[in-house]
Design a protein around this ligand. Sequence first.
Ligand SMILES: NC(=O)c1ccc[n+]([C@@H]2O[C@H](COP(=O)([O-])OP(=O)(O)OC[C@H]3O[C@@H](n4cnc5c(N)ncnc54)[C@H](OP(=O)(O)O)[C@@H]3O)[C@@H](O)[C@H]2O)c1
Length: 249
Amino acid sequence: MRIVVIGGTGLIGSKTVTILRQANHEVVAASPQSGVNTITGEGVKEAVTGAQVVIDLANSPSFEDKRVLEFFETSGRNLLAAESAAGLRHHVALSIVGIDRSDNGYFRAKVAQEKLIVASGIPYTIIRATQFMEFLRGIADSGTDGNVVRIATSMFQPIAADDVARIVTEVALAAPREGIVEIAGPERAPFNEIVARYLQAVGDPRQVASDPEARYFGGRVEERSLVPLGEARLGRIGLAEWLVAQRRA
Ligand SMILES: NC(=O)c1ccc[n+]([C@@H]2O[C@H](COP(=O)([O-])OP(=O)(O)OC[C@H]3O[C@@H](n4cnc5c(N)ncnc54)[C@H](OP(=O)(O)O)[C@@H]3O)[C@@H](O)[C@H]2O)c1
């Protein structure tokens, strides 16, 4: 099967490309570096022509509110228009659990991306993942004030990128769900505890201050804003195992 991975050089994209190639699929690892740019439109039509599945794993180079919204809207429009013209059989995109339950600029951009997909008429599956374990450092940085990291006490259930890529691959090879599939890590625990475990394990001297009012990238988070509310597929890699692998890498 010919499968195009948009953002095929990124964290999840590169892992997804590897798994699909190991299963002998014809895979296009598409990114600006390989001449496929969903913002300018360069190479998009050529990449998707003849493909059965497109997996959109692109991410915005800027997380600033206006720029991230522009990225996901423009990228989504260009990509979906080319897919529609090519008669694509399955569009898969990676989104985030709880984007409609907390309010920040990045979540608003992902909501806009999802709306374009649903309205496109192309058979689709949206995978909403919880935060990647690989993103814990960025989360800690965003809540840092001096040597203290302010983190909410709400529930948190991060998933390892290897689990995300494996599930993305399985979903992409199955029939379109015409809806949302939620995925999360195997353990749920308070957000502040998980970030504290991470910082301690990597030898980061910053201290976590648990703060029920702490914002997540500017948005309020309630007890279950960031975790699946209903049925979710769970990854296999727990935080302890992932932390050991980080130390070995
Ligand atoms: N971080 C989280 O915790 C989390 C949780 C759930 C879902 N997600 C979603 O997961 C997805 C993948 O995230 P990631 O961390 O794997 O991303 P990433 O590592 O930042 O990779 C982004 C990819 O997008 C490509 N890209 C950037 N601009 C492009 C353009 N104009 N045209 C085509 N490709 C472009 C990049 O190509 P270059 O290498 O050439 O720049 C790169 O391959 C994102 O949509 C994100 O919203 C993230």
